[in-house]
Design a binder for this molecule. Structure first.
Ligand code: 13P
Length: 250
């Protein structure tokens, strides 16, 4: 059985005051039946890890540099994330791919660096609106999986997120059938690549305009093992509703 995961990606949002949202969430879910993760901006990581110590909520980074250390102004290494209290890192988010030109090869080297220091990774995939319209969704996601995920991954270290770019921050959500089609495809690719046991154990999250209103419908879809939530993870009240919907789906 795959344990469900509700992951919040705060993106470039959150000053010191946001720490209270996370502790409110922790207070509301002292013993959740699912995994809960918050990925704050790097500036809050250390303080958030401290504030959530002893709670059921894990913290993670949003990106890391592939090198261990060195002359890379503004970048953060995987070891720095771990040292700040992160247990996970999101890699290859479409906003990193678009804003910073990250290629599948870049993502793959980041995954290797993260795994080397003991972080668990969430590798993001997803097609643009134009790619979906052109019928290229599975080809795009398949190429991202092949290029961004290195060999030797385990169900413990790897989570895949399917985040259609056209659904992120737009309020547009794919139909359950569309989500099922892509998640089933990702599942089959993971089994083909890593074998039945590992492939069945890897969690696949849906991301893109998940809200308290649509969460239950999304969580009812086969092979949806949780969500990667942007905007609705910023407030404890809305993220808590999504956590509850995921718990109810177990
Ligand atoms: P929204 O939930 O704001 O659409 O963001 C999704 C996302 O990109 C999470 O990584």
């Amino acid at each position: 059985m795959r344990r469900k995961l509700a992951a919040g990606n705060w993106k470039m949002n959150g000053l010191s005051g946001a720490l209270a949202e996370a502790t409110r969430l922790a207070d509301a879910h002292p013993a959740p039946r699912i995994d809960i993760l918050i990925c704050p901006p790097a500036t809050l990581l250390s303080r958030l890890a401290g504030a959530l110590k002893g709670s059921a909520i894990a913290v993670g980074g949003q990106d890391c540099h592939p090198a261990d250390a060195g002359a890379h102004t503004g970048d953060i290494s995987a070891a720095m994330l771990a040292d700040a209290g992160a247990g996970h890192v999101i890699l290859g988010h479409s906003e990193r791919r678009a804003d910073h030109g990250e290629t599948d090869e870049d993502v793959r080297s980041r995954v290797r660096a993260a795994i080397a220091v003991g972080l668990r990774v969430i590798v993001c995939t997803g097609e643009s609106g134009a790619e979906r319209d052109a019928g290229e969704t599975l080809a795009v996601v398949g190429a991202q999986l092949a290029g961004s995920v290195p060999d030797g991954m385990t169900a413990k270290t790897l989570v895949i997120a399917y985040e259609p770019v056209w659904a992120i921050g737009t309020g547009q959500v794919p139909t359950p059938d569309q989500i099922a089609g892509v998640h089933g495809f990702i599942r089959s690719r993971m089994i083909r690549r890593f074998g039945e046991e590992t492939g069945q154990g890897i969690r696949i999250l849906y991301g893109g305009s998940v809200t308290p209103d649509n969460a239950a419908r999304i969580f009812a879809v086969a092979d949806v093992d949780g969500a990667l939530v942007g905007g609705a993870s910023l407030k404890a009240s809305s993220f808590s509703s999504i956590v509850r919907a995921l718990e109810a789906s177990v």
